[in-house]
Design a protein around this ligand. Structure first.
Ligand SMILES: Nc1ncnc2c1ncn2[C@@H]1O[C@H](COP(=O)(O)OP(=O)(O)OP(=O)(O)O)[C@@H](O)[C@H]1O
Length: 306
């Protein structure tokens, strides 16, 4: 295959992602490199295409937003191809968080990365029988994410979910989540308690540190738990923009390879990179070193290193 150094590469494109004007540009660049193309027609196609193609493609390129990347990653896992297939990402969605976290800055840059990017073994988030690359958000927040507009997401990011959620807390019957962040090697004491939201970051973190990128090669999730508390207390504590910047009494932070979340009352919705999953019990584990990904020039394994 021309230029890329891979034997066979397939681009899985979601033509509906973002503003939907990326297809011609992706098709042209893919053609120049001898990459094959598969265009999705509905949700689930990207996952199926990736599963089918992973058997004999050593490069899969996900062209779309975080949802498309998530589907392609799940397809690679379902095709038992984590050892043989490398992922590249062409950011073409509304939410391109994963691309940003691995230093891929746009469509042209993404194809430069396909040509000569570094290949890194990243951690992959396992969530029951699904996987996620960026984050898993649980609790009322996932519910709110379905009610959060694209404009809000673009301007506020994760805070949009939180703001929407806080507005709903008074009226929403939040199920108590039993959260356990112990297990395996941790860098803090195990914590177990009841939560309103749980943010589990793999490539992404939810704290007021310099970048949104987490260390995605350390085998650990960065976890923020908002403990269950009376809504008024939480709203006071969580003044917009400061929620993740300071440690209030209701906020627990942890770095851990393993998180267990349960709700005995009913299935709870979780957002895996924006894709929804309903479960009564969720077992999250960071699969260290398992996911081969092409990264951009700006990518640093440890975002705080310099
Ligand atoms: N052809 C298609 N038509 C409609 N939906 C699709 C199609 N292909 C994929 N999807 C679904 O669209 C969803 C969003 O895709 P993606 O994340 O790539 O775009 P996006 O514009 O970033 O969206 P968002 O940021 O709202 O998640 C995914 O859940 C995916 O399964």
């Amino acid at each position: 295959m021309a230029a890329t150094g891979f034997d066979r590469g397939v681009v899985v494109v979601n033509p509906e992602s973002g503003s939907g004007d990326h297809v011609d540009s992706v098709v042209e660049r893919a053609g120049e490199r001898g990459l094959e193309m598969r265009l999705t027609e509905q949700a689930g196609d990207a996952r199926r295409f990736a599963r089918e193609e992973a058997a004999d493609a050593d490069l899969l390129v996900a062209a779309g937003g975080d949802g498309t990347v998530n589907e392609v990653a799940n397809g690679i896992v379902e095709g038992s191809a984590l050892d043989s297939t490398t992922l590249a990402v062409v950011p073409a969605g509304t939410g391109n968080n994963f691309a940003a976290n691995i230093g891929v800055e746009g469509i042209a840059d993404a194809f430069d990365v396909v040509d000569g990017g570094r290949r890194r073994a990243l951690d992959l988030g396992l969530a029951n029988d699904r996987v996620f690359v960026n984050s898993c958000v649980g609790g009322v927040t996932a519910q709110a994410s379905t009610e959060t507009s694209s404009e809000q997401k673009a301007s506020l990011g994760v805070l949009a979910y939180v703001v929407n959620t806080l507005e709903q807390v008074a009226s929403f019957d939040a199920p108590p989540l039993s959260v356990d962040v112990g297990g395996g090697v941790t860098d803090g004491p195990d914590w177990h308690g009841e939560a309103l939201f749980v943010f589990v970051g793999n490539a992404r973190r939810f704290s007021g540190t310099r970048t949104a990128q987490a260390n995605v090669e350390d085998g650990l999730f960065e976890v923020v738990v908002i403990e269950r508390a009376p809504p008024s207390e939480l709203v006071g504590e969580a003044a917009l923009g400061r929620l993740f910047d300071r440690d209030g009494e209701s906020i627990v932070r942890h770095r851990t390879p393993s998180v267990r979340i349960a709700c005995d009352e009913r299935p709870v919705e979780y957002s895996l990179d924006g894709e929804l999953l309903a479960a009564e019990r969720l077992e999250l584990d960071a699969a260290s070193d398992s996911f081969s990904v092409l990264v951009g020039d700006g990518y640093r394994p440890d975002p705080d290193a310099d």
